[in-house]
Design a protein around this ligand. Sequence first.
Ligand code: GTP
Ligand code: MG
Length: 421
Amino acid sequence: MTKRQGARPERAALVGLIAGRARRLDAERSLEELAGLAEAAGATVVLRVLQERPKPDSSTFLGSGKIVTLAASCAETEADVVIFDDELTPAQLRHIEAAVERKVIDRTQLILDIFARRARTREGKLQVELAQLKYLLPRLVGAGVALSRLGGGIGTRGPGETKLETDRRRIRTRIHAVSEDIEQVRQRRAQLRERRHKASVPTVALVGYTNAGKTTLFNALARADAEASDALFVTLDPLVRQVRLPDNRELLVSDTVGFIDRLPHALVAAFRATLEEVADADLVLHVIDAAAPDRDRRDRAVHQVLEEVGANDVPILEVYNKCDAITADERRRLQDQDPAALCISALQREGVGELIDTLASRLALDIRRITLTFDPDEPADRERIARVYRHGRVLEHETRDGRISLVADVPRRLVSRLESR
Ligand SMILES: Nc1nc2c(ncn2[C@@H]2O[C@H](COP(=O)(O)OP(=O)(O)OP(=O)(O)O)[C@@H](O)[C@H]2O)c(=O)[nH]1
Ligand SMILES: [Mg+2]
């Protein structure tokens, strides 16, 4: 089933909560970000509501009085859809929808919708669809009144202009089929990574908040031309390219999906195949938008996702990007805060050479001196010798009794592979 959106953009009312100790400023920025997300999903924002209360109401999120006010404002502004800045429980979703008498979606569903719009490859589409279906299933409990009313638009679109399945039994079947397909993709990726490991090329994974400039930096490093744009979640599928270091060694750099505050858990889980690239890297390069007003909130979000994908024990290098867009004073403050910080401009290719040098030394730092003996008649041993020469620094080479013995400095992560036979 394919259904195209009509030409008229959906009119969206945004609702956020200033809850508990959360600062008003954070809530405001979060709502600002939600507006950006709504626009990325093709909506026009016609109303913003920020409500202060200690914690969300378990039934209506805002409380029954405020919900009535919200319904009136929505009618007045002719909003088609109400978007909540937090994930709603299935019960909240039902109650709110009944009260405001129009489509209600939450931050999670909105992000999933954007991912669905952006997904290009089979892998990306499968992963997004899985996350969407897993989100939907518990929300179709009962008669599924709420969702059956959804005509179209945000929250009803699957990847690639498909309409999402809303029949529970068919959703279950579909979840099963999609999961199996993803598992195959995951295995294929794992094989590719294994092959790269065998080739002993170190990998660097670019991570960061969406729109931080990862793809721009990726292009600068790899002299590639992947799509970078001032929109959220432009990149979904991992790209891997070779980068040659000044000392002629090679490394692989991967660009992947951007992170965001409260990245839906279902999405992280579904993107496991993609995000394993990060967990498996030798170094994570965290690209930070130096010009973003809420760096701390973004920073927390990135670290949370890294932890969720099991990448928190990969060494990390932080880079402040967009330093062309901040004042000299701000730059100095940054450097005071974090003396090791690298300030670059991926867009203007400033500091990229220095970054490459840093990458080279960070990847080379972890070196061990080893002595190995090889049998040059063995093809596997000849391959190992070649590998030592390619990736290490050979200090001694001695041939005795038909055997070759090498003393070399090699990256620690390669030691086990060179010694194993
Ligand atoms: N001023 C300035 N803008 C930059 C810089 N680097 C990237 N940008 C801009 O920031 C926007 C986002 O860049 P991308 O490279 O697409 O960001 P990304 O992190 O890959 O974003 P997603 O893939 O959407 O998560 C684009 O408009 C870039 O031109 C920089 O160094 N300075
Ligand atoms: Mg990108």
